[in-house]
Design a protein around this ligand. Structure first.
Ligand SMILES: Cc1ncc(COP(=O)(O)O)c(C=O)c1O
Length: 426
């Protein structure tokens, strides 16, 4: 072991995440004089609800908010969260035992994995998902097992096609619908099949659900795994203020579900942190009390952006990208002739300043795709599509096509770093 790795657990990934590496590439593009249009990170650009900001503002002057916040102090948030769930899904939960406040769904998931499984056990997961899943699983000492996906573009597993041997030794089934990066949406029937599968193999069903209110439907609301009959026996859903309410930086989320799993999660979190500042919790309560119509407005903005971007890519770049059904992403196969998504993203960024996420950063099923985060307005997205069109017509793109888009990745350099990080993180 080298000296620099002496104080580094084998469970902790040694490589930088792909987003850190893309940040370096963005900085290099900016230093080279490119105006960077960053569509690589799913950080909301819209204003949060004024009610949320008002709750924060009022809390700043309330000197009672600055103490440590123990479990009791989180009860108003947990009551609001369970009220919210009951009003949306018709299922009443006990805020004292079936709910827990989180710093965010990301923090909640990392700790939940430590809380509900023992080192060496497996976690069944999609071969495409949020880049933090694999590091979180590894740090918890668990083993990822990828569910096969049918070749129908749905990004929904067919549980009947999963061999029983894959589930042997697994403790949890980790899913995420509406899905980052694919925007796939699961309906109630899918969740009932997932539950049945979880029951058959004695798994905890975890749905990481920060995009539950970003479906491009009339009510913007996704089906809930936890709202299905019998789900409470083995399901936890993780919710977040980040995406629905444009509050990614003002960290807050909550877990709802099976009381044993919630108690285990609370026990893991207890020595790690106290709860979020009361002002942030009051911000969350203000959000949870908003009518669903406000979330529909946000979701429709992302739908309009997705429609504008797919149209502009077709018109200016001849690139056919499927229209998403949810979330704040457009996930597209690379244009014909390209195969290395990491090299494509780095070349595109270097030539045009447009930053996308390589699909392989999200797991093996993401290879050959890119993800656009819809975090700029329609005019900026259309301009990015024009720049992509110019790039696709350039000699640099022709060279990349000629190589099958893979030479840089194979020979090293930043593309190889990005691809390597993609292997680690997704
Ligand atoms: C699937 C998924 N889970 C969790 C998160 C992080 O959510 P939070 O900000 O609540 O930690 C993200 C952020 O992009 C995400 O896409």
């Amino acid at each position: 072991m080298s000296a620099s790795r002496r104080f580094h657990s084998r469970r902790v990934p040694g490589d930088k995440g792909v987003f850190a590496l893309m940040s370096e590439a963005k900085a290099a593009a900016a230093a080279a004089g490119k105006q960077v249009v960053d569509l690589s990170v799913g950080t909301p650009d819209l204003a949060p609800p004024p009610e949320a900001i008002e709750a924060l503002r009022a809390s700043v002057d309330d000197l009672t908010t600055y103490k440590y916040c123990l479990r009791d102090g989180t009860m108003p948030l947990l009551e609001a969260a369970t009220e919210w769930f009951a009003s949306r899904y018709g299922v009443r939960l006990d805020p004292a035992t079936q709910a827990l406040s989180l710093i965010g769904s990301q923090e909640g998931l990392a700790h939940l994995l430590m809380a509900v499984a023992d080192p060496g056990e497996g976690v069944l997961m999609l071969p495409i998902g949020y880049a933090c899943y694999l590091p979180a699983i590894t740090i918890a000492g668990l083993r990822p097992r990828f569910l096969p996906l049918p070749d129908d573009g749905s990004f929904l597993p067919d549980f009947d096609a999963v061999p029983a041997s894959l589930a042997a030794g697994c403790r949890a089934l980790l899913l995420n619908y509406p899905n980052n990066p694919t925007s796939a949406v699961a309906d109630g029937a899918f969740w009932r099949r997932a539950l049945e599968f979880a029951r058959r193999h004695d798994l905890l069903l975890i749905n990481d659900n920060p995009y539950c209110c970003q479906v491009y439907s009339e009510d913007a609301l996704a089906a809930s795994a936890l709202a299905q009959p019998g789900a409470l026996e083995r399901t936890v859903e993780l919710f977040s203020m980040a995406k629905s309410y444009q509050l990614g930086g003002c960290r807050l989320g909550f877990a709802l579900g099976n009381a044993d799993a919630i108690a285990a999660l609370e026990a893991v979190k207890a020595p790690v942190d106290f709860n979020q500042w009361l002002g942030i919790q009051r911000m969350g309560i203000a959000c949870l009390k908003l009518p669903q119509s406000r979330l529909v407005e946000y979701a429709q903005i992302f739908r309009a952006r997705a429609a504008a971007l797919t149209a502009a890519l077709r018109a200016h770049a001849g690139w056919e990208a499927p229209m998403p059904r949810a979330c704040m992403y457009l996930f597209a196969p690379l244009p014909p002739g390209f195969s290395d998504d990491a090299r494509f993203c780095l070349e595109l960024l270097g030539q045009t300043g447009v930053a996308l996420s390589p699909g392989s950063a999200f797991g093996p099923a993401g290879a050959g795709h890119v993800r656009f985060a819809l975090v700029r307005d329609e005019g900026v997205l259309a301009e990015a599509a024009r720049a992509i069109g110019r790039f696709l017509a350039s000699p640099e793109a022709a060279r990349l096509r000629g190589r099958g888009g893979s030479e840089g990745g194979a020979n090293g350099g930043p593309a190889a770093d990005v691809a390597a990080a993609a292997g680690v993180s997704g």
